[in-house]
Write a new protein. Structure first.
Length: 129
C-alpha cells in the first residue's frame, strides 16, 4: 500500500485553507533532494508559509511538494520530498499534523518537466498568457 502521509498533507492543507488559517510546512533539510533557500535553514529545518497567496504553482503529489515563492524579493522554485515533511499546521493556532521522523531513505527522482526532460538544467517556470 502507498503511504498515507501525502494524502494527509493534502487533506490538512485543504482544511487549513478552508478555515482561513495560514498553512505552514515544517521540513527537515537533511533529506536528499530538498531544494529550499539555505539562508532560512535553522538547525537542519525550515518552516515555509504555503498559503495560496504566498506561493505559486503549488503541487503536492505522492512523492514531492513543489511550488514557487519569493524570498527577499527573489523568486525561487522549491522542491520538497514528502519524506522530508515533518509537519503541516496552522500559523495562528498550531493545529494540524506532526509526523514521526522517517528513516533517511532516498527520495524518489525529482519530477521532470516534459519540456525540459531532455536537458539537464533545473526546471523553470514562465508566464503563459
Amino acid at each position: 500500500m502507498t503511504s498515507q502521509k501525502p494524502y494527509l498533507i493534502r487533506a490538512i492543507y485543504e482544511w487549513l485553507v478552508d478555515n482561513e488559517l495560514t498553512p505552514y510546512l515544517l521540513v527537515s533539510t537533511a533529506f536528499e533532494g530538498v531544494q529550499v533557500p539555505e539562508v532560512y535553514i535553522h538547525d537542519g529545518k525550515i518552516v515555509l508559509n504555503i498559503a495560496p497567496d504566498a506561493v505559486r504553482n503549488f503541487l503536492a503529489d505522492n512523492d514531492w511538494i513543489s511550488f514557487s515563492a519569493r524570498f527577499s524579493g527573489k523568486s525561487m522554485e522549491l522542491f520538497i520530498p514528502i519524506v522530508a515533511v515533518q509537519a503541516i499546521y496552522g500559523k495562528e493556532n498550531n493545529e494540524g499534523m506532526f509526523f514521526p521522523d522517517e528513516d533517511n531513505a532516498p527520495p524518489p527522482s525529482p519530477p521532470e518537466d516534459p519540456q525540459t526532460s531532455s536537458s539537464k538544467s533545473k526546471p523553470s517556470l514562465s508566464i503563459v498568457k
